[in-house]
Every structure is written in structure tokens, then in C-alpha cells.
Design a protein around this ligand. Sequence first.
Ligand SMILES: C[S@@+](CC[C@H](N)C(=O)[O-])C[C@H]1O[C@@H](n2cnc3c(N)ncnc32)[C@H](O)[C@@H]1O
Length: 333
Amino acid sequence: MIANQTFPLASKQLSRWQKSFEKAAASSKFRKFLMNQVRVDNKKPTASHAAEIVDLVRSDLVSMDERMLEYALGWEFASYKHLQAGVYLQIADFARFHPDELVVELGVGCGNLFATLGRPKLLGIDINPYALELAHSRLAGIGLMPTIYPDSEVLVNPFFGLSLTPVPIRDKLNLDGVNLVCDNILTFANTVEILKSNGVKADCIVFILFGGRSLHTTIELVERNPSTDLHETERILRDGSKICRKGGRIIFGIRQISLDPKELSLTSVQPFNSDALFRKYRSQVTLHRQTSIDLIREDSRSGIAISVPSLNPQVLPESAHAYKLLLIEAIVK
Ligand SMILES: C[S@@+](CC[C@H](N)C(=O)[O-])C[C@H]1O[C@@H](n2cnc3c(N)ncnc32)[C@H](O)[C@@H]1O
């Protein structure tokens, strides 16, 4: 783990969010969202409700910043335990990455998969600037010389109200090196643009060990639809070809737990029916192979809140005894 980490880049984001928030909150687009999408006691908000909502969101920006820092540090702790347990090595073994492949990791976290691969041609995206900065230190520490673009701001989004939006990148990135970029898995907007400006697509997309609470994409108080892991998995199956070339691969690593000690079959943390999903997206991707590896147990102390359907969403039930990572390789058509 990285000792005495400071966050010169991530800690600048809060003032950027605050400035952009004031502009967004004053816009007619946001007023329109409040009137059309938000209801207070089943009625359109009055001017004083609207002012109250804006005040609440304004004060939530500081706690969003704190939550992001806490999450990134918590994940660094949990991720280090996975690293020590050899999980990233097993993922790399399963994926059989080719040295020349351009690999894009969606939700790169603290960069431990990339550190395990230890080679260039890696693009890691994450919405959390603290995670990106931890990944930067980790990869710089082993001589990979990553570039980092952690900036995001608060913009009006017609579906979510106010949404944390990655700042578009104007520089042309060198995709033969390691790049760490702020982007949202739900849109891939920056990733699509970066690849387009280089005239390439990824050879392989990696989406592993997701399933912590996705608390980073929308500002909770004005959020309409909370996103779920299933949404993200589905979106990657549906839209993966926007960033991955034909014949390229998507590697999923999906957490699973067994809830009943007497029951041997595993239930995924979020219901994950690979047969049904791959049937649904059969014109876009083919399931090529899958396996399951052991996973150490994480707990919410280490920043990971596991959602278990119909149980307390933040607590891993005591009856959970087996903890697995389902690895899937899919081919983009
Ligand atoms: C549990 S960590 C996994 C990190 C990494 N894949 C690994 O295996 O170490 C999930 C990461 O996804 C990021 N994340 C969550 N929601 C996101 C979103 N909508 N867009 C981009 N990144 C997101 C989080 O900030 C976090 O760093």
C-alpha cells in the first residue's frame, strides 16, 4: 500500500465542482428538470422548495468529496488484500493478455491490475479522482510513467438532474503508454473520444471487482434512478463495441457469494444470469468461456458495501460462506 499519499490533483476537484454547480443550479435547464422530474408531496416544487433543494445539494458536495476519498482509501486497503491473495494474477492468467494489446479497464480503482500486468498500452478510467491519483502513484512507483486526467464538474443532466461529468480531454493521448482518465462507465464519453482521436479501438475491455456502491455518478439528492451493477454490466455488453474492436474481448470479473451454508449453488451479489444476458445481447457479443476463482471476503470497513438483493444492502450476511469471482471472457462481434 502507498504510505503518506497526498492528493494534489484530486483535492482540487471540490472547488471545481462547487463553481460548476453554482452555474448549473442557476440554469434554466436545471429549473426545467426540477419542475418536470422532481415532486414534493406529489406536487411540483415551489420556489422555496427549489431553493432548499439547491442548498441541500450544495452542502452535499463537500460530503461527496469526503465519500470519494473514503471510498478510494477503503478500496486501496481491500484491493491490496486481493493483490496479496493473488487475485489480480489469476485474473491476468485467465485473460491471457497479449503484450501488444491495448487494454481499457473500466473502474480502474487503485491500479492493481495494471501494476500486475506491468506493461504499457493501458487506459484506465474511473470517476473517482482520488482513486485515479492512487493508481497514478502506484504505477509511477513501478516506473510506468502514467499520465493522469482526473477533472470532472457538475453539469445538468436531463435524467439525473445534477450529475458529476468528466471534463472532455483536449490533448491527444499516447495510447502506447499508460493513461488514467476521469470517465463515467455509464457513458464512456471521454474514452470514445480518446480512442476516436487516435483512430483505434481497444483490443480488450476489463470490468472486474465492481459491485461496491456506485455512489459517484450522480449527486444523490437530485438523483432519479440509482444505477445498479446490472445496468453497468448490461451497458458494457450493449455498448462495448463503441470502445472495443470487432473480435476484441471483454473480461468481466463479477463477485458472487453463497448465502446459504447448506446450499452449494452460488448466488451473485447482484443477480447475474449470464445465459439470459448473453442471449439478450447476442448480436453484440458472444460468451466465449468462464470460470470461477476464490475471493477473500471484503467488509464494509474496507469501503466496500455489497448489495445483496432483499437483504440489508450494506451488510454481508453472516451466512455468506463462499466468496467467488466469476470470470467471463466475451468476444465482441
Ligand atoms: C471496487 S473498485 C474496482 C477497481 C478495479 N477494477 C480493481 O479491480 O481493483 C470499483 C471502481 O469503479 C469506480 N466507479 C464506480 N462507479 C463508476 C462509474 N459510474 N464510472 C466510472 N468509475 C466508477 C469506483 O470509483 C472504483 O474505483
